[in-house]
Design a protein around this ligand. Structure first.
Ligand code: T1G
Length: 729
């Protein structure tokens, strides 16, 4: 398929790269572009060449899907060297005209051009570190020559794109174009032709390469920045190594050095994990059995019922995305308290320069207070965010059902309760969906979209589009208590508590997990969420007659087979009023800086509870802690998969990467399991099963895949028996 088009404009040839959705430098483009440039170089009617991207953006990089192929096949990543050489050596001036996002290989192509202009709103960067790799198309060599060592390190280690003005200031581009970038580039090219050759080749620049002496402190600072801002990640350090090569080696040798470093990153576990994370996040929106013709409803107005912590965060997320929002609660005081929290939050964003006063004013203005259910009538979407109690939510939904428009989508922000029982309180269960936000809802990227037995396909499509509109990642899972994320969280959290009873300390467990890459240790997470949250779920379960173990397990309503004891200490902490950060004490004590401080009172409580339960405490090693916590997560993940609560292992990875602080460089719990090997994991779990009891019964799916020498990645590629089709509304 042709993806490179030429439009001659009076001596200036405009070359357009057209490879939707983001003009990636895929195989076809890499084959067609050199041919076109070579032809134009020989074409007497052409004085200069302008290269642009079709549609919304310039080239946003090499094709990540091809990178994934190379990562798993052991093949070579795409090689752009010949194309870049052809562009740089072209006897006619080549002007790169950037708009949208010129990223990775896209910016590297642009830097091989003789001149670069960019639309005022364009963003340019080397985000490869977000994929666990480094620029591999001579970017570290040319960028350093154009912007200097410090800026090159900043761009390659942060991975953050910069705007056109900053790029001009840094020397990355020659001109910012206010109007149409193509027209601006054509007149720039005419100017270059008028000035005549030679036209600058980036490879020849050396004025910003510095000296070993002047660069030494810059590299030291860069390494420090990489180690602190990108803990455990190898690519940022590799990028600095390649930039150093730019300052010490001749251009072509530096390029060869970069290429070797880049290829190693592509094939590394971290490269594979982070490319997996990128693609898994995009694929999460493609729900296997959601009909292609399921159309999302247009959303302009959202009504939020409940102005507590979650309601407030959801209101801000909606206002930040340009939606009109009404926020209501039982009484005006509660709404006023919520609005005051929102106002404070926007004010502090303005103070910290993250938001302009105008933007803050606009967003605050979009959130209108309402009493009771008044906001429901005009709303396209109603989101209930009241106290986590089934009876209360059913009551609220019955009222929403009475007040909301027939085509309105009714959503609940419950984090554990049965969506179908909530939907049953309405006359329109097909309009009901779970939108499980994570606290703080205006910050956390994940929305777990809970599909009830009757949730309509249009409603599901609307929920996915809503998540995208909020700039969040929507992952669809089926109803079941705890859904996917929280359901896996319980065995993980309780295993940590068992380890503490047997001899580890909460501090030791959290250190092992954060040293391994988790954003927070599990005891600190429990303290942040509030120990009363898990306590209430335990009470709810104790309050009722337990179902037979296999039903409980199928319904996921208890993490423990009936004859397995529950952790000993958590309830005692709640009874002592130690609810976590919100009471200044939980598993840890907290000062004003909210840093967890080990508390001897808790250690004593654990020791005495363990001795009264007859548990002989022992030294527990870091490796056992890591295995028992992370493998508990993986084992329950396998159950979530085999029961169809999640339809892909990759979806579980996205849930943990964007909602539970799982390290991106490990790719998510299921991806990580594959890197260890399912047979090895299964053997360890089977050993824990023998030593520690029925809670460690290996998930049948894990046992099968281990037996077959297979992986969760292959499981995702297996043809699936689809669950009962959802109703079409
Ligand atoms: N390759 C292939 N597909 C890509 C792609 C890429 N580089 N970037 C995006 N897509 C697909 C994505 O999967 C999705 O597909 C669709 O485009 C829309 O993406 C040699 C080795 C550009 C800012 O890291 O950051 O160059 O799901 O939902 O929110 O040194 O995509 O619709 O089928 O994210 O508007 C470096 C990655 C590559 C940029 C747009 N480049 N992309 O965001 O849309 S490595 C990057 C992004 C490289 C060189 C190295 C964002 C975006 P689908 P989207 P968006």
């Amino acid at each position: 398929m042709n993806q490179v088009f030429v439009t001659p404009t009076d001596g200036i040839a405009v070359v357009q790269i057209d490879n939707p959705p983001v003009n990636a430098l895929s195989r076809d483009v890499r084959e067609q572009l050199p041919v076109v440039v070579a032809q134009l170089a020989d074409d007497k009617a052409v004085d200069a060449i302008v290269i642009v991207g079709a549609g919304r953006t310039f080239v946003a990089g090499a094709d990540i899907k091809e990178l994934e192929e190379a990562a798993w096949s052991g093949g070579e990543p795409p090689d752009l060297h010949d194309l870049l050489r052809l562009v740089e050596e072209c006897p006619k001036p080549i002007v790169m005209a950037m708009h949208g996002t010129a990223l990775g290989g896209g910016l590297e192509l642009a830097m091989a051009g003789h001149y670069r202009v960019a639309a005022a709103g364009a963003r340019m960067g080397q985000p490869e570190v977000n994929l666990g790799i480094i620029p591999g198309a001579e970017g570290t060599q040319r960028l350093t020559r154009l912007v200097g060592v410090e800026k090159a390190i900043e761009l390659c280690v942060s991975g953050k794109p910069i705007g056109a003005d900053e790029a001009k200031q840094a020397g990355l581009i020659d001109q910012v174009i206010d109007g149409d970038p193509t027209l601006g580039a054509v007149s720039f090219a005419r100017e270059a032709v008028r000035r005549g050759a030679p036209h600058p080749r980036t490879r020849d620049r050396a004025d910003k390469l510095g000296t070993a002496e002047s660069n030494a402190p810059i590299f030291a600072r860069g390494l420090e920045m990489a180690r602190t801002t990108r803990r455990h990640q190898t690519a940022p350090l590799a990028a600095i190594e390649a930039i150093e090569a730019a300052t010490t080696l001749p251009f072509d040798e530096g390029c060869r050095r970069e290429r070797a470093i880049s290829a190693a990153c592509v094939r590394s576990d971290q490269g594979r994990a982070m490319v997996h994370a990128f693609l898994a996040e995009r694929n999460a929106a493609k729900v296997p059995d959601l009909p292609k013709d399921a159309r999302p409803a247009e959303l302009k107005e959202v009504a939020i019922i409940g102005a507590g912590t979650m309601g407030v965060g959801i209101a801000m997320a909606c206002a930040n995305a340009g939606l009109r929002v009404t926020l209501s609660d039982v009484g005006p005081e509660a709404v006023d308290r919520g609005l005051a929290t929102i106002r404070r939050s926007y004010e502090s964003s303005v103070t910290r320069g993250r938001l302009s006063t105008e933007a803050a004013g606009d967003r605050l203005g979009r959130i209108q207070p309402r009493a009771g259910f008044d906001g429901c009538e005009p709303a396209d979407l109603v989101i209930e965010a009241v106290f986590e109690n089934l009876a209360l939510k059913q009551q609220v939904f019955a009222e929403i059902d009475r007040r909301a428009r027939p085509d309105c989508v009714l959503a609940t922000n419950t984090s554990t309760l049965d969506i179908d029982r909530i939907a049953a309180a309405t006359g329109r269960p097909a309009s009901v969906v779970g939108l499980h936000f994570f606290s703080p809802a205006n910050v956390m990227r994940l929305i777990e979209i809970i599909r009830g037995d009757r949730t309509g396909t249009g409603v599901l499509a609307t929920a996915l589009a809503f998540a995208k509109r909020l700039g969040k990642v929507g992952v669809v899972v089926r109803n079941g208590p705890g859904f996917a994320g929280n359901r896996m969280m319980f065995p993980y959290m309780y295993e940590a508590q068992f380890l503490a009873e047997e001899g580890a300390t909460p501090e030791q467990v959290d250190r092992v997990l954060t040293d391994w890459g988790m954003a927070m240790g599990i005891f600190a997470v429990d303290d942040m969420g509030g120990l009363d949250v898990a306590w209430r779920i335990r009470q709810e379960k104790r309050g009722r007659t337990p179902f037979p173990p296999e039903v409980e397990r199928k319904r996921g309503t208890t993490p423990f087979p009936a004859n397995e004891r529950e952790p000993l200490v958590a309830d005692k902490l709640v009874e002592m009023g130690r609810l976590g950060q919100k009471t200044g004490k939980g598993w840890f004590r907290y000062g004003d800086d909210r840093r967890p401080i080990p508390d001897p009172e808790v250690l004593n409580l654990i020791e005495s509870a363990a001795s009264s339960a007859g548990i002989r405490r022992r030294q527990i090693g870091d490796e056992e802690i890591l295995e028992r916590t992370i493998y508990a997560l993986i084992n329950e993940g396998a159950r979530v998969l085999e029961e169809g609560v999640a339809s892909r292992a990759a979806d579980i990875d996205v849930i943990y990467l964007t909602g539970y602080g799982f390290p991106a460089f490990r790719g998510g719990p299921m991806f990580y399991a594959d890197t260890i090997g399912l047979a090895a994991i299964h053997d360890r779990i089977a050993a824990f099963h023998r030593e520690l009891g029925p809670r460690w019964k290996p998930a049948p799916l894990l046992a099968r895949l281990a037996r077959e020498g297979s992986t969760f990645r292959q499981f995702d590629a297996e043809p699936k028996r689809t669950a009962a089709p959802a109703s079409r509304s």
